[in-house]
Write a protein that binds this ligand. Structure first.
Ligand SMILES: [Zn+2]
Length: 399
């Protein structure tokens, strides 16, 4: 059935591909004043002036009022299976105290109430799709997102130094992935590595190869915190002390190179990889990410909550790194409202609002390989969000 949605302003980002340069990210987007999104069967048929639309035969029209509509948001990194841990971890003291406080809590099973409340937060801010990382409650998470009509890339996370035997991709999938309905697994599941410091390099390489062969995105937490850099380059520090107890194998030797370079050496970096966090990226790292086409997913509020520093947003943009964004989990963020990441990125790097808007829409869709999302134009999914007033005021009318 044909439907239409009128709004005071619509910013469809139509015709835009992913923005990797400052010029693309910062350019003022085209704003349609007093316009409608015409949809059929859940897909966009047209975005056009309201005056034009009124001349057509009767079609149900929803007047959204004095708001600005934009493409539905793509939250490129979260962990819904930690939704029951809001506010229960150590904050502001860095990664090691945070993860030490998380580990005993993460063993508690996810509750349906907490999951449903988290999914409502995603829906309320206009989230169309989530890149969700997990390895325990994947079927429960997939079902809750489907019930809310939110798309999902289900990153099934590999962790640990125990090599699967034989070291082939079939052996990498966690039991929770095997428990997915077959059609959901086929359409939505892919592999992720937890991090370079926590996961065997062979496991990471095998997982990445599976993703490449199957045309799926791969994800890994990368250059997230100073402890990671210290551990990978020297094998020492607070992270080494913690990992030595349960994770590291006997005789472990650090690779002796910083994270982004190590990821490149392992063959993990290309345009189908989403490198999450990147707070510790140097200019050389940014150049490596840009040259490989790797997406950097920024989660600046999570970094602030844990106390890891901030991503070098301007440096990444100037290097030409493709940027998207995510909330990360409720164990390291106050809420799952991606508009708060958009505001944080705007404010921390003095960006025009159009830049983080593109990161949260067209770039997020490209990073996760979603051809049906990211912009509002014919053939795309009719998934849209209301741009909050403060951000809308930052985007001027088209001259
Ligand atoms: Zn994460």
């Amino acid at each position: 059935m044909q439907r239409a949605f009128r709004a005071r302003r619509i910013i469809p980002l139509a015709g835009e591909g992913p923005s990797r340069t400052a010029r693309e990210l910062f350019s003022p987007p085209r704003v349609h004043d007093d316009a409608v999104i015409v949809t059929r069967g859940g897909f966009v048929e047209a975005v056009e002036p309201y005056g034009h639309f009124r001349r057509r035969a009767a079609t149900p029209l929803t007047d959204m009022g004095e708001v600005t509509l934009v493409p539905g948001l793509v939250n490129a990194h979260g962990h819904l299976e930690l939704a029951h841990l809001t506010g229960s971890t150590v904050q502001g003291a860095g990664f090691v105290p945070w993860v030490r406080s998380l580990l005993p809590l993460a063993a508690h099973p996810l509750t349906q109430d907490a999951l449903d409340a988290a999914v409502r937060q995603l829906a309320d801010c206009g989230t169309a799709h989530v890149g969700d990382v997990g390895n325990r409650a994947t079927p429960q998470v997939a079902a809750a997102l489907a019930a809310a009509d939110i798309g999902a890339t289900l990153f099934c996370e590999c962790f640990g130094y125990t090599l699967p035997d034989p070291p082939v991709s079939d052996a990498l999938w966690p039991d929770s992935a095997r428990a997915l309905p077959p059609d959901v697994f086929m359409r939505q599941a892919t592999l992720a590595g937890h991090a370079l410091f926590s996961t065997h390099p062979v496991t990471l390489a095998v997982a990445k190869r599976w993703c490449s062969r199957n045309g799926r995105p791969f994800s890994i937490h990368l250059a997230e915190h100073p402890d990671e850099v210290e551990f990978l380059t020297t094998g020492k520090g607070a992270l080494a002390d913690m990992l030595a107890v349960r994770v590291l194998p006997e005789g472990f030797e650090a690779p002796g190179v910083p994270p982004v370079r190590y990821a490149a050496e392992l063959g993990l970096l290309d345009e189908q990889t989403v490198a999450v966090h990147c707070t510790q990226c140097t200019a050389d790292d940014a150049a490596l990410l840009a040259a490989s086409g790797t997406w950097a997913c920024l989660c600046p509020r999570s970094n602030a909550v844990i106390g890891e520093g901030a991503p070098p947003v301007r440096q990444l943009i100037e290097a030409g790194v493709g940027l998207c964004c995510g909330t990360d989990s409720l164990a390291s963020n106050h809420d799952l409202d991606l508009w708060n990441e958009v505001r944080t990125l705007r404010d921390m790097a003095a960006l025009p609002a159009a830049a983080p808007l593109r990161m949260a829409t067209v770039n997020g869709a490209a990073a996760l390989g979603l051809a049906h999302l990211g912009t509002l134009e014919p053939g795309r999914r009719a998934a849209f969000a209301i741009l909050p007033g403060d951000l809308s005021r930052d985007i001027p009318a088209t001259a």
